[in-house]
Design a protein around this ligand. Structure first.
Ligand code: GAL
Length: 681
């Protein structure tokens, strides 16, 4: 079980009890509605600091005591937040240093949220004080199962004197001498030599090493802040696990690094469903982030937030169409989530989020469409409770590196528009998703490569010597590596490799990139592979073969027939190289063939129609239809039980628009026996 203290899957929501203290009747209704919806956990106290501590040292825990007691008596567990995501006005007034400073030196006024300085001694002290009180007061409460530290940490920049001093100390630790720093940052360029640490100001985009280190510092400083605020929790409540809710886009934090400090990963999932006619790409993106979340620590995670209906911050926020709520919730579970949780339980009456949907909307009843779908999800999760804590066997991985993304953002390449690092990683991952092949999304630094048969390194522009060595050893021992254009161009200081790229790996890939051509939007470039012409775009490497690399495809729009795709046998493994950005249909076919050739298996041998995703977890198959039309999937000879309705499925799985089937194999005798099938529910 993910929390160690709760059997089964969690179903819950952020509960902003403090917004309803004057509405006892509604709070009473909440308890009844929660039971009806199968809600078994609530995240409380997330933005409640000004109510918990109305002035320095003046605490008001009465309302939270009451909230704990009511939920506990009602049978719910509690995830307790620390309130540092939003600070009380008295704190900003008394200690202005807690407010961030812009790059131009302007101190921000109080307001909003997530905008405190993470180096501020006063802010850290205030957080430790309130967290100590929370841990002492609620640490042994039987309802408490998990700490939710702060809320959605982000990589916002603060240029106050404390942050600048901390940055310079961070640099001293990393480089020890200014000479080393000047060399790493290549400061001979444009007369940027530093002769004193105090001269360094992190707002010069012409020094890429500086900007990269500044971002690394911001990320490290946030982790440091997290560690400072969790110190009393670890000390006073060592038995209560700790999480913080990560987010989907790159918010300037290295979540791979941050994850090492969490007991449980959780993340907030807000796909833009129905914002375009095809929900397939939206589902793919959500799948990528679910798999990233599972891969951080290689174990199940929690979906801490999702909207039960529409959000109110997307350009156009659509309500979920019939079926989508259950489908998107089940998608999280299929990818390894041990929970389905919402923002939020009851829709706020005021403030910036008053038009964001919630389980209980302003309509205020339990017979609304949203409520019914939430309740349906609740009863489904109960049926699947034996899946909690279960894993999926994974043989393939895509590397996604936050720091590489920052370096690419800074890089002024010959083609700088549409670098699209994250999008390209998702596209490569998409080939596996579509084929029903489980895929992790891993870190070049922290993940163990040896666990996989095949690893894709899309656009790994910044490649440290250490990572290059890991890739070499992975291929040497029989692994299959696929790298693309822009891989291994710079080292961890953002200094270009000399003598051909990918740096330190030209022998492994059997080639050296001599130069990279750009392809403009109006141009057509193609390459020929297996008798088919495929579109190439954005970048095209001109490579020189080294050793015995095999050319699998050649560019056709050039008279020179330059290689476009290559394969090199290196010791026991194979290293493939894609010289250009390709269309999705190419990737789909390329990776399917590669997986077949190298023994990477899909979870089913079926043809999976477009917009349908099939996943295996804990011996159960999840067949999910993200199309707005009915789909029939040919499922071979095995006989299954659909755990949703107990029906027998044989030969064909029929899926409603946005429908899902959860299949336990009836013909399976023993080894792959479904755990969920044994669920007494
Ligand atoms: C999340 C945040 C929540 C709420 C939600 C609205 O990013 O953690 O507090 O603001 O967005 O979608």
């Amino acid at each position: 079980m993910i929390t160690g203290q709760h059997a089964g899957l969690l179903h819950g929501a952020d509960y902003n009890y403090e917004q309803w203290l004057n509405s006892k009747d509604l709070l009473d209704n909440d308890l009844l509605y929660m039971r009806e919806a199968g809600i078994n956990v609530l995240a409380v106290g997330i933005f409640s600091w000004s109510l918990l501590e109305s002035d320095e040292g003046v605490y008001n825990f009465g309302w939270l005591d009451e909230c704990f007691e009511r939920l506990y008596q009602n049978g719910q567990k509690i995830i307790l937040a620390t309130p540092s995501g939003s600070k009380p006005a008295w704190l900003s007034e008394k200690y202005p240093e807690v407010c961030q400073v812009t790059a131009n030196g302007i101190r921000q006024t109080h307001g909003g949220r997530h905008n405190h300085c993470r180096s501020s001694v006063k802010y850290r002290e205030a957080c430790v004080r309130i967290n100590t009180r929370l841990a002492e007061r609620y640490g042994t409460h039987p309802a408490l199962i998990l700490w939710h530290v702060s809320n959605e940490y982000n990589g916002m920049h603060c240029y106050c004197p404390q942050c600048l001093a901390a940055f310079r100390s961070w640099l001293k630790k990393r480089y020890e001498t200014l000479d080393a720093l000047n060399a790493a940052w290549y400061t001979a360029f444009w007369s940027h030599h530093f002769t004193a640490w105090e001269q360094i100001y992190p707002a010069d985009p012409s020094i890429h090493g500086l900007m990269l280190d500044w971002q690394r510092f911001i990320s490290d400083q946030t982790i440091d802040f997290f560690l400072a605020e969790t110190e009393p929790l670890r000390r006073i409540t060592p038995g209560i696990p700790i999480t913080t809710n990560f987010q989907m886009p790159d918010v300037g934090l290295d979540f791979h690094k941050f994850a090492r400090h969490l007991d449980i990963i959780s993340w907030d999932n807000y796909p833009e469903w129905h914002n375009s006619p095809d929900d397939g790409p939206v589902a793919l993106k959500a799948a990528f982030f679910h798999d990233l979340s599972r891969s951080y620590l290689g174990k199940p995670f929690l979906m801490m937030e999702s909207s039960p209906g529409a959000t109110n911050w997307q350009g156009v926020s659509k309500k979920k169409k019939k079926g989508m709520h259950v489908l998107s919730s089940i998608q999280a579970v299929a990818h390894g989530s041990d929970s389905v949780q919402y923002f939020q339980w009851r829709q706020s009456r005021g403030g910036a989020e008053k038009f964001h949907d919630a389980v209980i909307t302003h309509f205020g009843a339990d017979d609304t469409r949203i409520f019914r779908e939430v309740a349906e999800t609740g009863s489904l999760l109960k049926k699947l409770s034996a899946l909690a804590g279960t894993a999926t066997e994974v043989q393939a991985a895509v590397v996604y590196d936050f720091q590489n993304g920052w370096a690419l953002d800074n890089a002024q390449l010959p083609r700088s528009i549409e670098k699209n690092y994250q999008k390209e990683c998702i596209a490569q991952y998409g080939a596996f998703w579509k084929a029903g092949i489980s895929c992790d999304v891993i870190s070049p630094e922290y993940s163990d490569f040896e666990r996989y048969r095949l690893i894709v390194f899309p656009m790994l522009y910044m490649l440290s010597e250490k990572t290059a060595e890991k890739i070499r050893s992975f291929v040497r021992q029989g692994g299959v590596a696929v790298a693309t254009y822009l891989t291994g161009m710079v080292n961890e200081s953002d200094l270009c490799y000399l003598g051909g790229t990918p740096g330190n790996l030209t022998d492994v890939f059997g080639l050296a990139v001599e130069e990279t051509e750009t392809i403009a939007g109006y141009e057509t470039q193609e390459f020929l592979m297996n008798g088919h012409n495929w579109k190439a775009s954005h970048y095209a490497d001109r490579i020189r073969l080294r050793g015995g690399a095999q050319v699998l495809a050649v560019f056709t729009a050039d008279t020179e027939e330059l290689p476009a795709v290559t394969a090199n046998e290196y010791e026991k493994g194979t290293a493939y190289y894609l010289c250009t950005r390709t269309e999705q249909t190419f990737m789909d076919r390329f990776y399917r063939e590669l997986c077949e050739k190298h023994g990477v298996q899909a979870c089913v041998p079926w043809e999976i129609p477009a917009g349908v995703s099939v996943r295996e977890r804990g011996g159960v198959l999840f067949v999910m239809n993200f199309n707005c039309r009915e789909i029939k999937v040919l499922s071979g000879e095995n006989v299954y039980t659909n755990l949703l309705n107990g029906e027998t499925v044989s030969g064909t799985v029929s899926l409603q628009p946005y429908g899902v089937a959860i299949l336990a194999d009836k013909s399976d005798s023993g080894e792959k026996k479904s755990k969920a099938q044994n669920n007494p529910e």
